[in-house]
Design a binder for this molecule. Structure first.
Ligand SMILES: [Zn+2]
Length: 155
C-alpha cells in the first residue's frame, strides 16, 4: 500500500477519534482525502437502520476503475491492524467498532438544524451565518499538501 494512502488513512483516523472540535463546529458531511490514485472518505456517524451509529470508511479509486478485491482486502487488513473494525457492510466500506470523538459527534448532531431557523440550509434563504460559520470552525484532517473535501456520503 502506498505511503500516501497510509498517510491519508492515519490522518482520517486521527480526525475521527482524536481531534477535539470547537463548540460551534458543524460536521454535516464526511471528510474526503485524495491520493494520486485513491480516495478515502471518513463518515463520523454512519447508521444502518436498527444499528448503532459508527464511523464508516470507504476506499475508492480516483479513476473510474473499480478497485480489485485483493487490494480492498489488503486495505481492510491494514485498517484492522490500526483500529478495531466492526464490519464491512460492502466490499469497499468498513465500520469501526469505536465511536468518533464525542465533540465530532456533537458537531454532526448540531449540523442537522440551525437553532434559530430550524433548517439545515438556512443561509441559502435567510442569509444566516450559522452554517458557514460552523463549517469554518470545523477542524479537518490534515495531510501535507493534500486538500480535504467535505462530501455527501451514502453507503
Ligand atoms: Zn439559521
Amino acid at each position: 500500500m502506498s505511503p500516501d494512502l497510509l498517510d491519508a488513512l492515519d490522518a482520517g483516523l486521527a480526525w475521527l477519534h482524536d481531534t477535539p472540535q470547537p463548540d460551534d463546529a458543524l460536521a454535516p458531511f464526511a471528510a474526503g482525502l485524495d491520493t494520486d490514485t485513491h480516495h478515502l472518505a471518513f463518515n463520523p456517524a454512519w447508521r444502518r437502520v436498527g444499528q448503532p451509529r459508527l464511523p464508516l470508511i470507504r476506499l475508492s479509486a480516483t479513476s473510474f476503475e473499480p478497485l480489485a478485491d485483493d487490494e480492498l482486502a489488503a486495505f481492510g487488513t491494514v485498517l484492522a491492524a490500526r483500529v478495531p473494525v466492526s464490519a464491512s457492510p460492502t466490499r469497499d466500506t468498513w465500520t469501526l467498532a469505536t465511536d468518533a470523538h464525542p465533540s465530532l459527534l456533537a458537531a454532526w448532531d448540531r449540523a442537522l438544524a440551525c437553532p434559530d431557523h430550524g433548517l439545515r440550509k438556512c443561509d441559502l434563504r435567510d442569509d444566516c451565518p450559522w452554517r458557514p460559520t460552523g463549517r469554518a470552525a470545523l477542524r479537518l484532517p490534515v495531510v501535507a499538501g493534500r486538500p480535504v473535501q467535505l462530501e455527501l456520503f451514502a453507503a
